[in-house]
Design a protein. Structure first.
Length: 423
């Protein structure tokens, strides 16, 4: 007790004589002492409460500072996501036919990097918010911190699905670009095939001699430089080095830096799709021709001889073989006016049902790959047959171009497994 408190006790219990306490007033000492004790305890409680209040205010200020900093980061994150969203429409509006693969890849890579960066940023922000929430162990501050962090977390969570949507849109853009590029390469492939055949005709080369002219070192394959040189040597073909190299990569199914003899032979073939019902005839002359059979729409034909003109009718006709049954004859390519009977195409067909691709001609041979319905394959050979006479088609899958095998024929028959598909 302090001196002042002792004086107060004595004053309360004193009979008037300084420094003395009457016995009958001794009980009052206990009462005054209790009051003093309670006052001291109340003062201590107030002191402790004040100190705690100051500590909580400091901690709350710290939490507020952390939350505010994260709020600024989330605002920047929102801006970065908005920037990614803004980058998509220009990609969608790109002229896919004119942009080079390297330029397109650069644009797509930039968007993909931004998407990936935003995803990582969202994970970092959510982890930081969780850390703040976990660190708030004070019962007085926990509800406040949890509420403020949850508000910010909701902002982040609302943006994450947007990133997923952007990713899906970007994948669609890439698919559309790939489709356009594939179509452009298919067109270029047809032009190169036609130009190489024209060159062979001008040089009076056989098909074997044409292939030999491409295979400079006679190792059974053609390099990119030899292929490019051969394409640019065709007088009626305008092709840049970059385009030739793109086509080479498109045809280099095994990514070995060379084209096989089989690929080159397939490249130099010309195919047609029956665009309107036509008659396969025995002779070039329409007047003298006897009908072999009717050709149905979307049948595939392989050109056997370069197109020729029927002098009497002026119609352009071609000698071809029908892939469905091997029938050979002449077909009119186009009428004198607007009628189109044949359209030049590539030998791609689609499976109408799931099927097993076998490595050899026999249907019971080793499995090469299980193919789903809708799988697109390229016809390499349609003349193979099993011992029982059943037609077998040698094909290359487009999803895995290195996989080659056999499927049951015929091709483009109403009851067949393989139907023509527009690319």
């Amino acid at each position: 007790l302090s001196s002042a408190q002792i004086d107060r006790i004595l004053a309360a219990a004193s009979s008037g004589t300084a420094g003395k306490v009457d016995k009958e007033h001794f009980a009052e000492i206990k009462l005054v002492l209790g009051v003093i004790r309670e006052e001291a305890a109340a003062a201590e409680r107030i002191r402790i409460a004040e100190e705690k209040r100051k500590v909580l205010e400091e901690k709350k200020a710290g939490y507020v500072a952390q939350i505010s900093k994260l709020a600024e980061s989330i605002t920047a994150f929102e801006a970065s996501v908005a920037k990614v969203i803004e980058s998509i429409p220009p990609l969608q509006q790109t002229d896919f036919a004119s942009v080079t693969p390297s330029d397109f890849k650069g644009k797509v890579s930039a968007v993909e990097e931004n998407i990936e960066g935003s995803k990582k940023e969202s994970e970092t922000l959510r982890a930081s918010l969780k850390d703040i929430t976990v660190s708030a162990t004070e019962p007085e501050l926990t509800p406040f911190v949890q509420l403020e962090c949850r508000k910010l977390e909701l902002k982040v969570e609302m943006l994450i699905p947007r990133l997923g949507q952007i990713q899906m849109v970007l994948e669609n853009v890439k698919m559309n670009y790939a489709r356009v590029q594939r179509r452009e390469l298919d067109i270029l492939r047809s032009k190169v095939a036609r130009a190489l055949k024209a060159r062979a005709a001008a040089e009076k080369w056989s098909k074997e001699e044409l292939l030999k002219s491409l295979d400079k070192d006679e190792d059974g394959s053609v390099s990119a430089s030899d292929f490019t040189a051969a394409c640019q040597a065709c007088t009626d073909l305008e092709i840049t080095t970059e385009s030739a190299e793109q086509l080479f990569k498109h045809l280099d199914y095994d990514s070995e830096g060379k084209l096989s003899a089989e690929t080159l032979e397939t490249l130099t073939k010309t195919y047609y799709r029956v665009a309107a019902e036509s008659i396969l005839t025995a002779e070039l002359s329409v007047a003298e021709a006897g009908g072999i059979r009717r050709l149905e729409i979307s049948e595939l034909l392989e050109e056997l001889e370069p197109p020729a003109t029927d002098e009497a009718s002026g119609l352009k006709r071609v000698k071809a073989i029908a892939l469905r049954d091997g029938s050979t004859g002449w077909v009119t390519i186009a009428g004198n006016e607007t009628a189109i009977f044949l359209e030049e195409t590539l030998p791609f067909v689609t499976l109408v049902a799931p099927w097993q691709l076998t490595k050899e001609v026999g249907a019971m041979s080793e499995l090469a790959k299980d193919l789903p319905a809708g799988e697109v394959v390229e016809i390499l050979d349609y003349t193979a047959k099993e011992e029982n006479g059943q037609s077998r088609i040698r094909v290359r899958t487009t999803t895995t171009p290195s996989v080659i095998g056999y499927l049951p024929g015929p091709v483009c028959d109403p009851a067949s497994l393989l139907r023509y598909m527009m690319r």
